[in-house]
Design a protein around this ligand. Structure first.
Ligand code: NAD
Length: 298
């Protein structure tokens, strides 16, 4: 099947980026969200991405005009998906919301439509039944911001049709992503399965007073050639997400040290407005963090 029409379901932080990136790469994109306020916010973000693409990716006025020409916005779900070949869902990361949403979507979407979810913490089998088309349902997971961290992790559940999986891998490539196919369900996909123990180990070294965070980052950067160390990565992920992940860990494992760390993140960062790179400060100050300066390594 040739994919032409794409529908983005939920146009918040990630959905609005996926919509823009997909339209920029030549697909007709319909953006759906629950109310006009959310759609207005997405439109505003798209204006910002337009300037960013002109400044950073050499996009011409014509490219930008064409991209806007391929974007439409609606709060009517049936209207949003009536011609959809594929959907990319980025509604909130709450199982009940996802389940309810897929039941509604299944009742209005054409049979041909492939459903993809951008869920970070859940796996597709947790709500495959609600989609009414488990064979045409799988995860296509992006990283933030999607044009810089341009991987798309493609992960089916045991009932996903192999041909559909391959079509989604090709689609990801067509919108400028590097596809990362996973052969089985894995909570955290590849990237978070790798990152989670690294950030956890860095936190242990720091909170147990073994070394300060700059020394830990320095060690990692010099030894691996990476552009940033674990605490720089935490700034990129953002303190709100770090807090959320720590709280989840504390709840799931009853681990008192995870709760203590979550509280430390809240007091030392979130309550002070230091949200990470997005707010200009986390462990480091942006846009010119110390670890990008040669002096950091003296
Ligand atoms: P967000 O809160 O910015 O956006 C969610 C959007 O969904 C909002 O625009 C909201 O109006 C809309 N919404 C709320 N309830 C809805 C409903 N019942 N039906 C339809 N739409 C509804 O969230 P986000 O950060 O974009 O995350 C969305 C999804 O993307 C989550 O599953 C998250 O795990 C995943 N994700 C997020 C990131 C990230 O860095 N933020 C990265 C990868 C994946």
């Amino acid at each position: 099947m040739e994919i032409k029409n794409v529908t983005i379901l939920g146009a918040g932080v990630l959905g609005s980026q996926i919509a823009w990136q997909t339209a920029f790469h030549g697909f007709r994109v319909t953006v759906y969200d629950i109310d006009d306020k959310a759609l207005d916010a997405a439109r505003e973000k798209h204006k910002g991405y337009a300037s960013y693409f002109k400044a950073n990716y050499g996009a011409t006025d014509e490219d930008i005009q064409n991209t806007f020409g391929r974007l439409t916005y609606t709060i009517d779900l049936a209207e949003a998906v009536k011609e959809a070949d594929i959907t990319s869902e980025s509604v909130p990361e709450v199982l009940e919301i996802k389940k309810d949403f897929y039941k509604k979507l299944a009742s209005v979407a054409p049979e041909k439509t492939i459903f993809t979810t951008n869920s970070s913490l859940m796996v597709p089998s947790q709500y495959a039944a609600e989609t009414g088309r488990p064979g045409r349902f799988l995860a296509m997971h992006f990283a933030n911001p999607i044009w810089e961290a341009n991987i798309a992790e493609i992960m089916g559940h045991p009932g996903t049709d192999k041909n559909i999986f391959d079509e989604v891998v090709n689609f990801a490539r067509a919108i400028g992503m590097v596809p990362i196919p996973l052969f089985k369900e894995q909570s955290g996909y590849v990237i978070n399965t790798l990152l989670s123990p690294l950030l956890g180990a860095a936190g242990n070294l720091y909170f147990n007073g073994v070394a300060d965070y700059k020394t830990i980052d320095k060690t990692w950067i010099i030894s691996t050639g990476a552009k940033s160390g674990p605490f720089g990565i935490m700034d990129l992920v953002g303190m709100q997400t770090m807090y959320h992940v720590m709280m989840l860990k504390a709840k799931q494992s009853g681990d008192a040290s995870a709760l203590k760390r979550a509280e430390a993140i809240k007091t030392n960062f979130i309550d002070k407005g230091k949200m990470g790179i997005s707010s200009g400060e986390g462990f480091y100050k942006y846009p010119h963090p110390e670890y990008q300066s040669p002096d950091f390594f003296k």
